[in-house]
Design a protein around this ligand. Structure first.
Ligand code: ZN
Length: 138
């Protein structure tokens, strides 16, 4: 969401995103994350395989490794995450910087546009999976 920076960023976190990220982020944390996005403090946002990454406040790396999970209704989990601003504490509990990255990472599911899902996990349902398989197998 808002990753192309041309979308209007709302003042409040959309309910759909709150429901999607509820297991990891309290509402207050998500709101602080949205504020970080709106203030333009996230730069160089990108994906690598199942990882979302960004630089926050010019040079501080943030990463989230997403993984599919059938054990919770969201259908995914935050397998690993790191925030170079908050340090090791963020390993156990995601911070508001990571909330910003998580919000940016969401997009509508290709097969169900009403549901949000981490964009890095969409690739297996697209042509990118075939291209990736071709590149890795030669
Ligand atoms: Zn942080």
């Amino acid at each position: 969401m808002y990753a192309n920076f041309s979308e209007t960023i709302p003042l409040k976190v959309p309910v759909q995103a709150q429901v999607c990220l509820r297991p990891w982020f309290e509402h207050t944390l998500l709101q602080e994350g949205l504020d970080i996005i709106r203030e333009g403090r996230i730069e160089h946002f990108f994906f690598y395989r199942q990882i979302s990454a960004a630089l926050c406040e010019k040079s501080n790396p943030l990463t989230i490794l997403f993984d599919e999970s059938k054990q919770i209704k969201q259908g995914f989990t935050l397998k690993e995450h790191s925030c170079s601003i908050c340090g090791h504490r963020a390993v156990k509990k995601p911070c508001h910087h990571l909330a910003a990255l998580a919000i940016l990472s969401l997009s509508p599911k290709p097969k169900d546009k009403k549901k949000l899902f981490p964009t890095p996990l969409h690739f297996k349902d697209t042509g990118w999976q075939k291209i990736g398989s071709f590149l890795t197998t030669g």
